[in-house]
Design a protein around this ligand. Sequence first.
Ligand SMILES: *Cc1c(COP(=O)(O)O)cnc(C)c1O
Length: 370
Amino acid sequence: MTRVVLMNPGPVNVDERVRAAIASPDECHREPETRELLARVRGKLATVAGGGDAHTAVLLTGSGTAALEATVSSVVPATGGLLVLDNGHYGERLHRIAQVHGIAVKRLEFGWANPVDLAAVERVLAAEPWLTHVGLVHHETSTGMLNPAGDVGRLAARHGRSLILDAISSIGAEDLDVVADHVGWCVGTANKCLEGLPGISFVLGTRAGFDGLAGIPARTFYLDLHAGYQAQVTGGAPQFTPALQVLRALDVALDLTLAETVAGRGGRYRARAGQLRTGLTDRGVRLLLPPQHRAASITNAWLGGDLTYDELHDGLKQHGFVIYAVQDRVAGSFRLANMGQLTAADIDRFFTAFDAVTARPAVAAVGAGQ
Ligand SMILES: *Cc1c(COP(=O)(O)O)cnc(C)c1O
């Protein structure tokens, strides 16, 4: 198999043991072995996120957005409201999901690539008691910014509000502890920093939290979190047919995550990101964020000269590297993700390809800037 190096923020290059797991025997999802699989995956997910026996997870067949939509539509009561902290594309998405479901929502916009202003959040929480939940994106993948989940979680808890955390591109590699960080609902997916395959996403919460959803009328049938919890956790079997082979792969991917440890994986990602960031700045390419705001797995940079994104993307693809554009707003930029099984040698080869495509030194970042 020819290896394409994926530098998009998921799906990622996976370990061969994860890939091998999808060739598991054919199975029915209502048998004891699948029950055990579901229970095992729930337990490992809780462990990865710092949860204990009080925590459990509902698994969904769908990409990360399915789990986000399940959460937002299932946990905010008709009498409550959601405060969305928005500093990028995925903050906007949280807001949009709430709107689609007719949920009362307030959006606090900080602007793309600007940090969350905790004092502003505190003022809103103090002044607007109708906001029962706070929505935050942990790693805002559009800009590569790591938002302070713990600070926001503790602030929300102090004001008696529940934090919905989009941890889709952080769980597995960034520091996250659902207990210490007061995360009410933690949303993740199999195919980013957990290094599984795409098709399964999940929502982690406490059993008490899931039980507490009983009184909230469902806004969707398929993504009803309380019904999913009752079926999967209380009843032991999924309501609907899950992507079983992808779940098998996630089970193996979680073993590899726990063996490497989240801190170890974060260190590995930071080493690769460091190589990318040094290589880019050595070539005169400017990076979007100051170092203190950068997550471990995304580098967002400005295109130099008159090179277009498509030229860079297509040229690198011919050399076997897939890079990613920045959503809508930030023209003249590109993203490099280093999630997944990337080696230091992959990054060295990336720069050989990058130099060939950009025919340096013509890439000098002329006129770059925000
Ligand atoms: C990838 C991602 C999502 C979900 O994307 P899907 O394509 O639905 O998996 C949501 N939030 C963040 C922060 C992400 O990085």
